[in-house]
Design a protein around this ligand. Structure first.
Ligand code: PLP
Length: 444
């Protein structure tokens, strides 16, 4: 049976200390006491699929740095590349061979990438993509879907959190709810909000606003309310509608890129986005963002009086791009994605069986390397509105807190998702299934 983690005294002490100098003791609210009760598990070390907290407790990690650690912790090849590169200098903010080594590999894997521009985070990538789209189309407005997260740039920060269903308006007239204070209300005048996964709603919104839109931005698999796959044909229809009205189809693959296929969901679903954005798994644990697309759009960043400005001291960071190249080589090895999918399917099937046998109504949704558990009577959670109405997020949080006590590391936030990396093995999935069984017994 999975060992029970009993002592987190040092985690509690570290967290108390951290609160003296840091807001909420962390650097992003999702890591602190807003999500973990009574305090976060303070992590100190990682190796492969495992992490250890400051009290020495071991966990199988299924959060994997919100999906950034596609090869797990301290992968030997990544450690080797980092040590070699560091010894020669981490970054020059100058032209380097590392840039083309990473970019060439990137282009070989991502079908729509005639060219790529590297930034440092997914948020920077989506910020740049919108600027490019606006410059390219000469239009200002953006269509964003309810519940999708594209980083923390002002025009994306609305309806990214769940709210009681009575506050979110109707699908025909969704209420715009800012995710943050400090954003001028006028910013949202340029944002058209629509429900996701609904072709007729999209057709209606596009009829009304399509000709004013610079871009329609979407996650291919909605990953900010857990894991919500698109309905068959939905993304293809979205792309077609965007083009029909002269808007760019902007695919945000920050979560799905390099995870679902070498070329991300655009390869998996056969999509042809005008621009796509990447981050997370691309950096294998190092901060990265990227915008990819055709020359006709990316070349707008070329130096001129009319260029699209994108600067950054750390763009094309040498150490990071060396890691990117090494990581993409690892991902290109024969059988990598088959293994990721097989391991994910094994975890999904095992969890479904645990809930069935424990007689607990729970939905395990997703496929392959990414999935989420929803405590719900529903057979599917198809969009933001389903999530707000039907997902028992408190129960999920209690479930994950029990899992933490049984040696499984995961965030108790239902809006995130379970991640399978290339280093997860049968023993991790077995640990998860055994812990989930215990957690179900304790949930009652
Ligand atoms: C779909 C999507 N786009 C963009 C971002 C922003 O990426 P970052 O956190 O690297 O700024 C995220 C982050 O979770 C994301 O999930």
């Amino acid at each position: 049976m999975t060992p029970i983690t009993t002592t987190r005294t040092r985690s509690r002490e570290y967290f108390a200390r951290a609160q003296q100098s840091l807001v909420e003791g962390v650097n992003s609210p999702s890591r602190g006491a807003a999500v973990y009760s009574p305090h976060p598990v303070v992590l100190e070390r990682g190796d492969g699929s495992r992490v250890w907290d400051v009290d020495g407790n071991e966990y199988a990690d299924f959060m994997m740095s919100f999906g950034a650690l596609i090869h797990g912790h301290a992968h030997p090849r990544i450690v080797e590349v980092v040590s070699q590169t560091m010894a020669e200098g981490s970054h020059f903010a100058a032209a380097t061979p590392a840039e083309s080594e990473a970019a060439e590999r990137f282009r070989r894997m991502v079908p729509s990438a005639e060219a790529v521009r590297f930034a440092n985070t997914g948020s920077e990538a989506t910020m740049l993509a919108l600027r490019l789209a606006r410059a390219h189309t000469g239009r200002t407005k953006l269509l964003k879907f309810e519940g999708h997260y594209h980083g923390w740039y002002d025009p994306y920060c609305l309806n990214g959190h769940s709210h009681p269903i009575e506050q979110i308006g109707t699908p025909e007239n969704p209420a715009k709810i800012p995710d943050s204070e400090g954003i001028p209300a006028a910013v949202f005048d340029d944002v058209v909000l629509a429900p996701w996964n609904d072709v007729s709603a999209l057709e209606r919104v596009m009829r009304e606003h399509g000709r004013e839109l610079a871009a329609v931005i979407t996650e291919p698999i909605m990953a900010s309310m857990g894991c919500i796959p698109p309905r068959a044909g939905y993304l293809e229809k979205m792309s077609e509608l965007a083009h029909h009205y002269g808007a760019l189809f902007l695919l945000d693959e920050v979560v799905t890129g390099f995870r679902y296929a070498p070329g991300g969901c655009q390869q998996l679903y056969g999509l042809k986005p005008d621009l796509s954005t990447f981050g997370k798994a691309l950096g294998a644990g190092f901060p990265i963002g990227a915008v990819a697309g055709p020359r006709g759009i990316l070349d707008r960043m070329r130096w001129s009086d009319h260029m699209v400005l994108h600067y950054g001291t750390f763009n094309g960071h040498r150490l990071t791009l060396k890691v990117v190249a090494a990581s993409l080589d690892l991902l290109s090895a024969e059988g990598t994605y088959q293994k990721l999918f097989a391991m994910g399917e094994c975890a999904i099937a095992g969890l479904r069986e645990v809930f069935r046998h424990r007689n607990i109504r729970a939905l395990v949704q997703g496929f392959g390397p990414m999935f989420q558990i929803y405590f719900t009577e529903r057979d599917a959670i198809d969009d933001y509105r389903d999530y707000c109405r039907y997902a028992d997020t408190r129960k999920y949080s209690r479930f994950v807190h029990h899992l933490l006590d049984h040696g499984i590391y995961m965030t108790p936030s239902n809006g995130l998702h379970w991640i399978i990396s290339t280093v997860h093995a049968e023993k991790d999935v077995e640990a998860l299934i055994a812990a989930a069984d215990q957690a179900c017994a304790e949930l009652a």
